[in-house]
Every structure is written in C-alpha cells, then in structure tokens.
Design a protein around this ligand. Structure first.
Ligand SMILES: Cc1ncc(COP(=O)(O)O)c(C=O)c1O
Length: 433
C-alpha cells in the first residue's frame, strides 16, 4: 500500500526552518525519509503523520515507548498526578515510591537520583567516579553513544575505517565542532568487545582511570551483543584496579528486562543510567548505583541538581509504566516477537540478499547489509552498505513501516503477531524490488 506522499510535512518543514534551527529540536530528527516528518498522533504500535500516512512503528520514539504510543494507564496516571501540581521544588511521596521500586527491580540500585535525560545522568556518574577515585579520565569505546555533551561526543564518526588507526591506540574524531579542546583529554577510547585490549590498557593507565563506561549491548551501532564473558571481564578488571564500572542502560534498561542488561547478563555494575523506556516518553532518567559510590551525592561531596527533576508527570509516568510491565510481564513475548521478526526478515531476503545481516537479542535488533558474517565492534559496522540500507528503509517507510534509519528496530509490548506478519510481508516485497 503506497502512502500519500509527504507534501504537508515538506511545507511544515519549510515553515519550521524559519524559526527552529534545521526545522527540528534534535539532530537525529533531521534524518527521516525523505526529510523530517511531522506527526499528528500515535496509538499502540502505530503513528500517523500530517499527510495522513499511518506507520507501523518500530522506532518507538528512539526507544522510550516500551508500552507503545499513548498507553491509557500512563496517560491517566500523568493526568491524575499533574492535576495535584506539576513541580514542587521539594519532595513528594510518589518520588520515594518510584525510587523504592527501582531499588527492588534493578540489581545495582542501592541509591539513586533522578534527572531529566540520559546525557546528564551519564555526566553525574562520571563525576561521582572522578570524585571517589581521585582520578581524572574514563575509558570508553568506539561507536558507543553516551549523549551529546562535550566529553562523550567523540568516537562516533570517522573519515574511514583506516583513519581509526591502531586498535591499541585509536585515533578519535569529534562528532561536532565547538567541543572544548580539553574534553579530548578526559577519556581513553578503545574498540569494544576485546577484553585483552582493556587489560593491556589498564595495566599501563589504571592510575589515571576513574571509570569504564559501556553500553552493555552496543545498541547504537549494530546492536552488538557482548562477547561471552566480556562484561564479567570488565567487572573483574574494575574490581582489580578499584575503577567504577558504569553501564549505560539508557536503551537496555526496561528493554531486556526490568532490571536491565545487568539482570539479563548477571553482571552488576557500580553505577548505571536508566532513561528512555522507564517512563514511556516522559523526561525522566535515573543514575542508580551501589551505596559506596552514590553516597558521595548523599553527602554533598558530589553535587547533582536540576530544577525540573522528578516532576509529577514524569514520576507518575514511570510508576505507571513499571506497574504495567510488572503486571503484564511482556518480556517473553517481546523476545519471541522480535526473534520471529528477525527470522522472518532473514527468510524473506533469502536468495535475493546474501549480504543481509540481522543481529540483536530480539526486543531490539539491527538490520544491515555487509560482507561480514558477524559484526562485533564499531570498526566492523563501517563495512555496512549504508546507501543500500538507506534505500531499504526508505522503501519500507513509503509502505508504512517506520524503522530507525541506521537499521535499528525496537519491539514494544503493544506490537502484535499481526504487526510482525505485516512487517515481514512488506519487507519481503521490498527485498524483491
Ligand atoms: C546508550 C545511550 N546513552 C545515552 C543517551 C543519551 O540520552 P538522552 O538522549 O536521553 O540524553 C542515549 C540516547 O540515545 C543512548 O542511546
């Protein structure tokens, strides 16, 4: 079923461009097909745009909508609790209830603080790590996204794979102009999924390193699972050198399980960041961690603040999201549907696209075209055929299937078996074209 074109979105984009920089409010929204799109409403697994196109949505607003769009219980909770007030600049009961709940479901969450988004929660964790260890740097990995702020907006782009240089001592490129020059001195970067590299680097540099920060599944580039024993290996090295292990669970949190990747893989970090899916699209994140690290915030040795933190609508949204997830426990289903979709897409491409590679755990997965049998780090992702992926995603979009442009698919609790069938059927047609 061909869609109705994008002319109204194009008109609005032109109008928006006169007052919004680039016509959007986040860089990633520019890169839709065929340009930034304006939406009118979303419900369940569907979202509709101003041209009257209806999409089966595997974007889920870049991950947050674990229950799908406009879940009635979330909307009611937000509405009810906001009617009592919006932001008290003080404490409230439901904020404690949310913290108690996260403490119950996330293995490392002995103490926590709420923030608004993943980017600032990441910075809070790094600050705690520096304060406790007295060391200035953190170790991070090529292709891992930890937000857009200065000290993490590196290692996300490169002129070429060769330009990344040696694996032991990589070249690193800024993602934006205008980054503070000293931001480059705050970290050491390595390819991911290679524990020997981390071991060697720490042997030489552990005296400078306060933290290792990692996405426990490299969702932002290729949806790559950690090698067997890799996360446990990082845990062991952090214990050995008294370095903070920080899991950036902005995507994996509430997606692999309520307790995040740390529960799924059975490796407990010192601190972790939960955002996106914890509140179904409302702006709240949590920096959670073991008491011995987080007590620096409790004692005001590390300052963490924010006027808008833990406002009524966001806390209500998070509590309602958890309540639904606990009651319905959709995880087995999300894994099953995700895996069925992955298998169906592989089957649909058979005989047409031997270069198709799909990998990921199920509730999220990545689709791309490459000559590699498996992609295991950022350098491998540079061998994806991006123009071909772009054509595939654009063709799906024209047929009413919305997927993140870099090939990432998210499954929500709202997706149905029929949604999966439809995605496979449309993809099958597009593969044949
Ligand atoms: C793994 C990861 N960390 C951090 C962030 C930044 O979070 P936010 O966009 O909420 O600031 C993102 C956002 O996509 C992310 O995927």
């Amino acid at each position: 079923m061909k869609n109705k074109g994008y002319s109204r979105s194009a008109e609005l984009l032109e109008r928006a461009g006169r007052v919004l920089a680039g016509g959007v409010s986040s860089e990633f929204r520019k890169y839709n097909h065929p340009h930034a799109i304006f939406y009118t409403h979303g419900e369940g697994s569907h979202i509709c745009d101003v041209d009257g196109n209806d999409y089966l949505d595997f974007t889920l607003s870049q991950g947050p909508l674990i229950l799908g769009h406009s879940h009635p219980e979330v909307l009611k909770a937000v509405n009810d609790y906001s009617s009592l007030g919006q932001l008290y600049a003080g404490q409230h009961l439901r904020e404690i209830e949310l913290a108690e709940k996260l403490h119950e479901v996330i293995p490392s969450a002995e103490l926590m603080r709420f923030c608004l988004d993943g980017s600032e929660a990441v910075q809070t964790a790094l600050r705690v790590a520096r304060a406790k260890t007295g060391r200035g740097k953190f170790l991070r990995f090529e292709g891992h996204y930890h937000g857009w702020l200065d000290n993490v907006a590196w290692g996300l782009s490169t002129p070429s794979v060769e330009a990344l240089g040696s694996r032991e001592n990589p070249e690193v490129y800024p993602w934006s102009s205008g980054l503070a020059e000293h931001a480059r001195d705050e970290f050491i970067i390595l390819p991911w999924n290679d524990i020997e590299l981390v071991r060697q680097t720490l042997a030489a540099h552990h005296g400078e390193i306060a933290a290792i920060i990692t996405e426990p599944v490299m969702c932002n580039n290729g949806c790559i699972l950690p090698e067997e024993g890799y996360l446990a290996g990082l845990r062991g090295l952090c214990d050995q050198y008294r370095i903070a292990l920080i899991f950036d669970e902005v995507i994996t949190g509430f997606r692999l399980s309520l307790g995040g990747a740390q529960q799924y893989f059975g490796v407990t970090p010192d601190m972790s960041i939960f955002a996106k899916a914890i509140a179904s699209g409302y702006p709240i994140s949590a920096i959670v961690g073991r008491r011995e690290w987080m007590e620096l915030i409790a004692e005001s040795r590390v300052i963490h603040a924010g006027t808008m933190n833990a406002g009524n609508p966001t806390v209500a949204a998070a509590l309602a999201t958890i309540e639904v997830l606990e009651r319905e426990n959709p995880y087995e289903r999300m894994f099953r549907l995700g895996r069925r979709l992955m298998d169906g897409l592989r089957e649909a491409a058979r005989g047409h696209h031997p270069d198709l590679l799909i990998q990921g755990p199920g509730p999220m997965f990545n689709l791309g075209f490459t000559d590699l049998a498996r992609v295991k780090d950022y350098r491998d992702t540079l061998r994806y055929d991006k123009p071909k992926l772009g054509r595939f995603i654009a063709a799906l979009h024209d047929e009413g299937i919305r997927v993140i442009g870099r090939g990432l698919w998210y499954i929500s609790a709202a997706h149905t078996e029929a949604d999966i069938d439809r995605a496979i059927e449309v993809s099958s047609r597009v593969f044949r074209q």
